[in-house]
Each structure stands twice: as C-alpha cells, then as structure tokens.
Design a protein around this ligand. Structure first.
Ligand code: GTP
Ligand code: SPV
Ligand code: MN
Length: 590
C-alpha cells in the first residue's frame, strides 16, 4: 500500500509527466551531485542552471542566472484561495479554490516533460520543536532543490515522520515555460497546499518560505493562537554580557538582513543572529512571547552588501561549513570568476559581465547586478549565529520593532504607549516600495507589520489576532517603531544606519529595563537627546532634532491615508484599532 505521501507524489507525477522522479535526502553528497546536474544537464533560457565560481575566494559558491522576466516576487499573480473571498480580505488577490485548481491543472499538464521531478522532504523549524512543521515540495529545477537545502532542514527522516499522515504541508512547483502570462502562485490554506507555476524566483518558488511559512502559516496561526511574521530574530548582548531578544519587522529590502547580523559601532554591544526574514511567535508556558525561526538560511539582497555595511554577511558568504552558497542575478568579475555587485568592497573589476550575461560598460548608466539580485547562504556559515539558534523552544522576546522606509514624517525611533497602541503602530505603518517585488519602485503604500504581501487572510482579522495574543501574555514585549530612511532637504539619509543602528537598539534596551524616561509625542515616546548615545558620531543637534521631529501640521495627508486604508476592512477592523486611530487624530490636533 502506498503511503499518502507516495500517492500524492504519484498523482502529481501523472499530471506533470516528468522523465524521472528523484527523492532527495538533503545530504551534502547529494548537493554536490545536484550542482553538477545544474552545470551539465539543466538549463534556463539556454544558460546552464549553475556556473562554478572561484572556489579559492568563495568556497562552495555557484552562480545562477534566472530567466530575465523572472527576477522578483509577483504580487499581482499571487492568490489566496479560501472558499470565501472575505476570508482573504482586501489585502489579497482571491480566486475560488475550484477555479484556481482548474487553471493550475491546465498549466501543469505535462509541464515537467523531459525534466526531473525532485521530491524535497523538509522541516520548517527544528525537528524537536513543538512548533515545527513537516513539509514536502516537488520541483523541476536543481536550483530550487539546492536553495531549499540551504533554507530548510531537509532530510529523509521527514518522510518517516510524515508516515501515514495526510496533513503534511504540500508544495507543487514547476518553472513551466517562464511565460509571465502563465505564471501563478496559488495558496490553498484549508489544505496546507501551495501550487506555483512559471517562476524560479525565491519567494515564488521556494515554497517553504513566504508561501508556507508566512501566507499559509499565518492562517494556521490564526486558527491555533500563534503568529507567523516577516521578522528578524536577534539577541542583543550588552556590556555586562546579558542578552535581550528582539524581533524586527521591516518590509522587503528595508534592512532586516543588515540588522540581523549588525556589527556594533558601540563598544561592548554585540548582536547575535537567529533569523533575518521569518519568525513564528508563540505564547510560552510561562506567559512570555517566544520566537523561532523556521528557516536555516538567508536569501538576502546582494547590492549594497559589503564589509562596511554588513561585514558578517560577507563572512557568511565566504563561510565553509555548509555547502553550497548561491548567487542569483548578481554581476560577475570575468577575470577572477567572482560575484560582483554595486557597493561591494574593493576596486571595480576591469571586466564585468552584467546579470543578463552581457559585457557591462559603466558609462551606459545601467546597473551591472540586478537591484534584486540575491545570495542564498546557510545560517550555519554565519559567524554571529546565536547559540540558541537550534533551541526548539525558541527565545523569549522583550521588544517588537516595526518599521518602514519613510523619507518624511516618521522619527528614527518611537516607543508605543502599550500593546494596543503597538498593534495600531504596526497597522498604520507605510513604506516606500523596493525592487523585491515586480511593481513601481519608491511608491508609498501601507504595509502593516511588513506583512502586506504575506498575510494569508483578512488583515482586519489579523489586527484582531495580534490584540488577542497580547491579552494572553503575562509580560508583554514593548513595541517600537524605527525608520532609518528619513532624508534632509538634499534628499540624503540623515541617519548613518547599519552598524550605527545599535545606538537605537541600546536606547530600546534601556527603556525595556526601565532605566530611562522618554519624551511623549502623539506618535509615542521618543528619546530625550541626553539619553541617546551619540559618542563617536558626528551629527549636529539640528540633524538629531530632525530625526526625532513630529510636526502635527505635516500629518493631515498621512492621517487620511491611514484612515482610508483601515476603512477597507469595514466591520472586521477591531474597535480598539479604531479607537487608537481616533486618539492619534485628536493628539495631532487634526
Ligand atoms: P527581504 O530579504 O527582501 O525581506 O529584505 P531585508 O529587510 O532583509 O532587506 P536588506 O537588509 O537586505 O535590505 C537591503 C536594503 O536596505 C539595501 O538597499 C540597504 O542599503 C538598505 N539598508 C539596510 N540597512 C540600512 C540602514 O541602516 N540605513 C539605510 N539608509 N539603508 C539600509
Ligand atoms: C522578500 O521579498 O521579502 C524576501 C525575498 O525576503 S523572497 O523570499 O523572494 O520573498
Ligand atoms: Mn522578506
């Protein structure tokens, strides 16, 4: 008798008609074999799936060039297929499950002809964690199989763990013919099932990541009383050696990876990395909020990454413990056969090949690396990995930090008045869009808790869920907002950011520990400048004031945009959030 898993794989194979089926065991030997298959046997758009890079300087590094139309998440082609449209909410594209399945069946018929179907058994979360989930993804490209080996805990043991169960998380992925008109990312939360065709790009194709660990998992969390969030998890060690754990939600390409492994500009402080993208938050037996990272790797933005901005990521990328490290759509230094991108340290190489494989001439004004070019690297190669990383219980969280990319209005840091005010702070957060998704870049949009593209159900209910989790906590974390991106009249960032962000974290720790008071504004508490550690940093007092300024006369437009956004949720918007909005309006004197 076949198991439900074997039966499911067989049914998908009948639909997709691969030439062969390959069950992966997640071993390093297998990874080395799949790299060779990617180099010698598989291609995308006429280019081999992998190209070996200079192994002396970049151990275990391989290069992947995607199809040129397939370089980012596609929010407009991403659907949540609940039986009721209302459950998906105004924050999601919706299709009825039966209609979506019909469409996807048509697109999947024979889509793996002549290709290999890889069966990837993996865990999201440490296998010993009560919060971990057993999953299986099918895919038809070695790049996705290897990326999943880096990003998840892939092993044959997962198959035994699933055994005769039907309720494992399922993902069916095919790159299809890369035609953007035949590209869809469909989610079926009732069945723990993701079906993705037509894209090989990370967030569209690594189905354990955004598709399961955020969109589907957020629905599971809503039903079961926990939260799946687009958050960093980090430990901040103070000079006494004490470590305080925080989570940080920032929209895509707004600084999570940088913050997760920040190298402190203040002596005595150190940041320990637990995760750079996804956190699952549970109420522990002691009534505290605990966070685990379901992932084991970083799928991070390459441009701008350097020894100056993020030295620990450069060290991770050159790390040797875990094989392999992948680079996607960066440029290449042709002479040294190394990855290259704008902002990387050192002199500009003499011969650069751009992300599309063409010889690059800087005078043409184009970028050599795609703005959303990324690396895939194991957390086990990260020199700042926390010793709690594999703790199945996770770490207790003392502060929840929320932010966005705002050139105006939003101070460098504020602290919410209480939990409900913190949830409202998250709900009203706006951010300017980035290259992480295919859309206009730099447009302001509301991105509550950095979850707009990732919340798998109605965000009105999501705000209510956050409020209800707060009611179950004995010692709730404080909420803070951050904004590294405020600009001056010349359009320059006022705050130096990166390693200097430790100063903001230090202020938060002092607030969590009740060591200092703060100044009340309509948006929350901001630092007294005398409490904010500026030692060794050259910012004028005008600049500091500009960073923390809250000017009510600049707020009417923002307030009406927030109101318009929140009103979309109609009766599903919690009363408490409406009350917080009314309070803000009143305090702004609007
Ligand atoms: P995803 O992986 O897309 O979820 O995003 P992420 O939040 O991890 O993005 P990442 O940390 O890779 O952000 C990259 C972008 O943020 C680059 O453009 C960086 O230059 C910019 N960035 C990160 N930290 C700072 C900072 O402190 N100040 C400024 N000005 N820019 C920053
Ligand atoms: C993001 O866009 O937020 C990412 C990259 O972290 S992806 O996994 O592609 O979604
Ligand atoms: Mn992300």
């Amino acid at each position: 008798m076949p198991t439900p898993l074997e039966q499911w794989v067989e049914e998908q194979a009948q639909l997709c008609q691969p030439q062969r089926i390959y069950w992966c065991d997640g071993s390093e030997a297998e990874a080395r074999h799949l790299i060779q298959i990617g180099i010698k046997e598989e291609s995308i758009n006429g280019t081999p799936v992998f190209q070996e890079l200079n192994q002396t300087r970049w151990t275990g590094a391989y290069y992947h060039r995607s199809h040129p139309t397939d370089v980012a998440r596609v929010e407009h082609l991403t659907y949540i297929c609940h039986p009721e449209k209302e459950t998906a909410g105004p924050n999601n594209h919706w299709m009825a499950p039966a209609e979506a399945k019909k469409l996807m069946t048509g697109l999947s018929q024979g889509c793996m002809k002549g290709r290999t179907m890889y069966v990837l058994p993996y865990m999201m979360g440490h296998p010993d964690s009560p919060y971990a989930k057993a999953c299986v993804q099918l895919t038809d490209v070695s790049y996705v199989a290897l990326s999943m080996r880096i990003m998840t805990r892939m092993s044959q043991e997962v198959i035994g763990r699933i055994g005769a169960r039907q309720d494992f998380v399922k993902g069916l992925h095919s790159v299809g013919d890369f035609d953007p008109n035949r590209r869809y990312i469909m989610h079926f939360p009732e069945e723990n099932f993701v079906w993705s065709v037509g894209s090989g790009y990370g967030g569209n194709a690594l189905l354990g990541k955004k598709c399961f660990s955020l969109r589907i998992a957020s629905c599971q969390g809503y039903r079961e009383g926990w939260l799946a969030e687009h958050m960093v998890i980090a430990g901040i060690e103070d000079p006494s050696g004490r470590i305080t754990y925080v989570t940080v939600a920032l929209p895509s390409a707004c600084g999570k990876t940088n913050l997760a492994m920040l190298e402190s500009a203040l002596p005595g402080y150190k940041v320990w990395t637990l995760g750079d993208d996804i956190a699952w938050l549970n109420v522990g037996e002691d009534g505290r909020l605990y966070a685990i990272n379901p992932e084991t790797g970083f799928f991070g933005v390459a441009p701008g990454t350097s020894l100056k901005s993020n030295p620990n990521m450069i060290r991770t990328l050159q790390g040797k413990r875990f094989f392999p490290t992948l680079f996607t759509n960066t440029a290449l230094d042709r002479d040294r056969n190394e990855p290259w991108w704008e902002g990387l340290d050192g002199d500009m190489p003499r011969h650069i090949v751009d992300w599309q494989g063409k010889s690059w001439d800087p005078s043409q004004g184009t970028k050599a690396a795609h703005a959303n070019s990324r690396f895939t690297a194991s957390a086990y190669n990260c020199p700042t990995l926390s010793r709690e990383f594999d703790n199945p219980k996770g770490v207790p969280i003392s502060a929840i930090i929320l932010g966005g990319r705002r050139t105006r209005l939003i101070p460098l840091v504020t602290e919410a008045f209480d939990w409900a005010n913190g949830v409202f702070l998250g709900a009203r957060t706006g951010s300017e869009t980035t290259a992480a998704a295919a859309h206009q870049i730099g447009a302001l949009r509301r991105d509550p808790m950095a979850m707009l593209p990732f919340c798998g159900y109605n965000m009105g209910d999501y705000f209510g869920h956050w409020l209800s989790v707060g009611r179950r906590l004995k010692n709730p974390p404080k909420f803070f907002s951050v904004n590294w991106f405020r600009t001056d009249e010349q359009g320059k960032f006022i705050w130096p950011g990166f390693g200097e962000n430790i100063r903001v974290l230090k202020w938060m720790l002092d607030r969590v520990d009740g060591k200092i008071s703060a100044r009340k504004t309509p948006l929350g508490y901001v630092p007294h400048l005398s409490d904010f550690d500026m030692s060794g940093l050259n910012l004028s007092s005008e600049q500091m004031q500009a960073l923390f300024a809250v000017n009510p006369q600049e707020w009417p437009e923002e307030l009406s945009d927030i109101e318009k956004y929140l009103n979309q949720f109609g009766p599903r918007l919690p009363q408490q959030i409406k009350a917080e909005y009314a309070k803000l309006v009143q305090q702004m004197g609007a």
